[in-house]
Design a protein around this ligand. Sequence first.
Ligand SMILES: Nc1ncnc2c1ncn2[C@@H]1O[C@H](COP(=O)(O)OP(=O)(O)OP(=O)(O)O)[C@@H](O)[C@H]1O
Ligand SMILES: [Mg+2]
Length: 385
Amino acid sequence: MRIVSAAVDGFRNLHTAEFTFSPRVNLVLGRNGEGKTNLLEALNFFALGRSHRGAKSEELIHFKKDHLHVRLEIEEDSGALVSCEYGLGRDGGRRLRVDGAALRRRADLVGRLATVFFNPDSIRLVRGGPDRRRQFVDQGMAEIDPAYLTHLSAFQQVLRQKTRLLRDQRQGLVDAGQTRRELASWNREMANHAAAVCLGRRQYAEFLSPFFQEAHNSLIDNNLNLEFSYAARLESVTRAFSASPENPLPKEDLEGEILTELDYIMDSEIRRGRPLIGPQSDDFKVVLGGVDLRTYGSQGETRTAAIAMILARSDVLFQKRRIRPVLFFDDIFSELDRERTRRLQEMASHLHQVFIATARRDDIADWQPAQIKTWQVGEGGFSEI
Ligand SMILES: Nc1ncnc2c1ncn2[C@@H]1O[C@H](COP(=O)(O)OP(=O)(O)OP(=O)(O)O)[C@@H](O)[C@H]1O
Ligand SMILES: [Mg+2]
């Protein structure tokens, strides 16, 4: 998949700009604060339906404008050209279109533009809290299995209902009998979606592992065993998975086990006034040569593992859906040594379209890939050099 061209109008400090990109390597150079990340954010927005920096729509609109508009021409891996547009207004207006037709639900966006984004924050995939790893796996699995996204959204919905019910009863708004009856019914629904989510997460960890190991071996010269594994929070799930590592038990059976556990902790949840355990607190282990990198990894080790993890996600997407995502590297090479930088650049640009933003030309010194295009950015304006 690649972005053929873009027309950007009023996105942060980018006034109006048009680009025709290289199918291989696109380099964006400029000093700090000139607008490099803004361009990558504008291109990546369509992939997620939101800013990868978590910015609100209103923050994305140029200070002096009332709306922004971005049009991308995308070439799918089949060779088909697709026109994707989005517009955001200060009045809260928000429109996303594919070939002129409006998209209504976030789920309609999945796979339209597949991207993978690396920035210095990516290290938190390994070092940060479990929510980072859950989000990584959830997004990865949703990309290859839309049914997973449906179960995950339904699970989150039930979790919100349960949280509200438990809070209401703590505040004395609902009596104990009604709380129990309603909890029993929410638990049944939750067990159904939780079983699908847990099976999906375990499956994704299995898909990812060999690619993770391979990407890691290519980045550094050692053959230490690298493991990415699912650490479920529910005991029933851990027990069920360790009892049959090869053949995960059928969903209905897992659902039954989860329901028993959820019902068992019902009294504690009522006492504490909130849901206590479930897939909402799952984690994933990242273990290199027997050492848990989440806790013991050095800066360099965790950074390399995080990069390998993200590259592996793009391999899974290709294996399952035949889609090669567009890769974005925002300011990450300055933190890697020269050898790793060069290997990553070669690996990434070999099969993908890549966008690299950097303030330091050194990062790409003596790297001369075929079909490279370079832009210099200054005060929100771009010139090709
Ligand atoms: N809504 C907006 N309207 C106008 N300008 C904005 C808006 N939002 C951010 N900016 C400006 O964009 C600039 C930051 O751009 P960006 O983050 O792309 O910089 P950068 O080139 O990536 O810098 P660095 O090398 O430090 O990462 C800041 O000067 C900021 O004031
Ligand atoms: Mg930046």
